[in-house]
Design a protein around this ligand. Structure first.
Ligand code: AMP
Length: 218
């Protein structure tokens, strides 16, 4: 199964992608995670991306598209994947289609996480991330067992620099600019499905599984 998760920052895409990835044994490909790792490693891509990310702006299309196309060359994505945070512009969507067409494959479903502003702010301000395994926690809704440490690998959790209030506002503005054209792009293809990002993880997961079954995807 090949999925794209679309929606604002804080819609719960990353958390849902993790759950779906475990269920269907397909990789969760998050361009944000890949870029943050590149920044930590101090690679050339990381150096080019850092200032855009710190400002809450989009990293240039050429860089991000290259990352995704390279990621597809790994064997683990041959049986399907979940794209989270990509595409974010029409150009990225078009280039993704070109890359997939050249492999004779296509996206099965684009899940659009429609989410209220209240949910977004509460999720982002309480979000904590594991720098090692990218696990996502929330100080109230999904706290780790030991305060501030990852349940899975024991690393110390951190708050993303861009999850601070001023940058959140900027990221939402950036997101809103391209939301409509991306939604239209996939609506026209007939593969867009709107889901509620306000639902809890389990509830949304169950409703997604039901809809995949109904549509014959699983
Ligand atoms: P995310 O983890 O998806 O919220 O992404 C964090 C930051 O990484 C974004 O605010 C952008 O600066 C950058 N980023 C992630 N994915 C993309 C993308 N597809 N296009 C451009 N920039 C991206």
């Amino acid at each position: 199964m090949r999925l794209i998760l679309l929606g604002p920052p804080g819609a719960g895409k990353g958390t849902q992608a993790d759950v779906l990835s475990s269920k269907f044994k397909i990789p969760h490909i998050s361009t944000g995670d890949i870029l943050r790792e590149a920044v930590r490693e101090g690679s050339q891509i990381g150096k080019s991306a850092k200032s855009f990310m710190d400002r809450g702006e989009l990293v240039p299309d050429d860089i991000v598209i290259k990352i995704v196309v390279e990621r597809f060359t790994k064997k683990d994505s041959a049986g399907g994947f979940i794209l989270d945070g990509f595409p974010r512009t029409k150009r990225q969507a078009e280039d993704l289609d070109k890359a997939l067409n050249s492999k004779d494959i296509s996206i099965d479903r684009v899940l659009y996480f429609k989410t209220s502003p209240e949910t977004i702010i509460s999720r982002l301000s309480g979000r904590r991330i594991c720098p090692k395994c990218n696990a996502i926690y929330h100080i109230k809704n999904n706290p780790p067992q030991k305060d501030n440490f990852c349940d899975k690998c024991g690393a110390k959790l951190y708050q993303r620099e861009d999850d601070k209030e001023e940058t959140i506002k900027k990221r939402l503005k950036v997101y809103e600019k391209t939301e409509e054209e991306l939604i239209d792009y996939y609506k026209n293809r007939g593969i867009l499905k709107e889901v509620s990002g306000d639902l809890g993880v389990e509830k949304l997961f169950r409703s997604l599984i039901d809809s995949f079954k109904k549509d014959g995807l699983v």
